[in-house]
Design a protein around this ligand. Structure first.
Ligand code: ZN
Length: 160
């Protein structure tokens, strides 16, 4: 069967940046998602529409169709004294902070200067071109319950 809305798709994939570095990969071919439910980034989902089990494809996804472009407003300099008593602050450390709209966001420390710490609230893959090598392993119809919940159930899916 072809991949369409409400298909449960099993993929094997490797994700690389433009320099060929592996960013992410499915380790045992057991990555499942519900097609048409925004479980995966739009650029990859669109490319998979109409494919069937056994199909292999290479997909290049721009940031606009991936995790978005980097928003400079999400990069902030925070006075160092706000981190007083916290010895764990170093480049690469992630923590939860409150975004401009009050929602919780994950920020990453990107730079430590004399009196400020630079934190970046963009997604780690924002602004990155994504190159997927994908093999479609299996396609099945989603159950009513999966469609209602908007995600896949079962051993490699959502566990309630
Ligand atoms: Zn569920």
């Amino acid at each position: 069967m072809q991949i369409e809305s409400n298909s449960v798709v099993t993929l094997h994939y490797t994700l690389k940046d433009n320099d060929g570095n592996i960013i992410d990969q499915s380790d045992d071919g057991s990555f499942l998602y519900l097609h048409g439910a925004m479980n995966i980034i739009p650029g990859l989902e669109n490319a998979l529409t109409g494919k069937t089990a056994g199909d292999e494809l290479s997909v290049s996804v721009s940031p606009e169709e991936g995790y978005g472009v980097k928003d400079p407003e999400r990069i902030q300099e925070v006075p160092k004294e706000m981190f007083e008593g916290n010895d764990d602050i170093q480049v690469g450390v992630q923590f939860h902070a409150q975004g401009p709209d009050g929602a919780a966001v994950v920020v990453t420390v990107t730079e430590i200067q004399d009196d400020v710490i630079v934190v970046d609230g963009n997604h780690a893959l924002a602004g990155v071109d994504l190159n997927f090598d994908v093999k479609v392993v299996e396609v099945r119809a989603a159950s009513e319950e999966e469609i209602t919940h908007g995600h896949v159930h079962g051993p490699h899916g959502h566990d309630h």
